[in-house]
Design a protein around this ligand. Structure first.
Ligand SMILES: Nc1ncnc2c1ncn2[C@@H]1O[C@H](COP(=O)(O)OP(=O)(O)OP(=O)(O)O)[C@@H](O)[C@H]1O
Length: 232
């Protein structure tokens, strides 16, 4: 068995707002091996984004145990968690969240600069990653000068530039037409094959979900797995 990138046991999440308490997750178990790609589907409000935020160490579970890359996340301070995120995790959102005043190259280099890499080396790595996503001819374009699909590819390049072991994607194709959505899937799949990156993808797109190694749906606060559709 490959290394476990995610190992969660009985994750629970209750949002508490004064007297109002909302039970969202209620015993999520999840194991993901290095290089696996998991799709999570589920109805609106079932807790998909909540789970993704917890897995991304951006929010805390109310109960349960979570190991990411064999690290007990609860044992880390907030500062250590931020460093852990920067070094090990990548994030892709439905809306790209690129910085509008910066070019594709500068946006992509950002995680490396934050990690302390020298600007020249960071820009070289960013350019190489933008080439992988087919954008070497758009390095100096700002987000407003790129198409929707191109912006999403920059966001993917930025998520992958520091070679994270795990990428968490929230509706990565939700904002794209069918053709661009397919291109994004192909890109994710290629990067998964070449870099052995693991992906957890929250999506409403059942066609996309069916293409990944594993898929599960969130229901009544628990993850229920569909039969594995293809091996890693
Ligand atoms: N900060 C919060 N405080 C209280 N309740 C919250 C909070 N954040 C989310 N919720 C509730 O938790 C539930 C799950 O929300 P979440 O955003 O995780 O669902 P989702 O499955 O991602 O939905 P969608 O597919 O519509 O994006 C919802 O009922 C939501 O109202």
């Amino acid at each position: 068995m490959n290394k476990l990138v995610v190992n969660c046991q009985q994750i629970g999440k209750v949002y508490q707002d004064g007297a109002l308490s909302t039970d969202v997750l209620n015993g999520v178990d999840l194991q993901l091996e290095q290089g696996e790609m998991l799709a999570i589907v589920g109805s609106s409000g079932s807790g998909k984004s909540t789970l993704l935020h917890i897995l991304g160490t951006l929010d805390q579970a109310s109960s349960g145990k979570m190991m990411i890359l064999e690290q007990d996340i609860a044992a880390l301070s907030r500062k250590e968690q931020a460093m852990f995120r920067n070094q090990n995790l990548g994030f892709i959102y439905q809306f790209h969240h690129l910085l509008m005043e910066f070019t594709a190259l500068e946006n992509t280099a950002m995680p490396l600069l934050i990690a302390g890499m020298a600007a020249k080396q960071a820009h070289q790595k960013a350019a190489a990653m933008l080439e992988k996503v087919g954008l070497s001819h758009r390095l100096n374009h700002k987000p407003s000068e790129l198409s929707g699909g191109e912006r999403q590819r920059v966001a993917i390049a930025r998520a992958l530039v520091n070679e994270p072991a795990l990428v968490l994607a929230d509706e990565p194709t939700g904002n794209l037409d069918k053709q661009n959505a397919l291109k994004i899937y192909q890109l994710i799949s290629e990067l998964n094959q070449t870099l052995k990156t693991s992906f957890i993808v929250v999506t409403h797109d059942l066609e996309l979900a069916a293409k990944l190694n594993k898929s599960a749906y969130l229901d009544e606060g628990k993850l229920k797995f569909h039969q594995q559709v293809r091996s890693a």
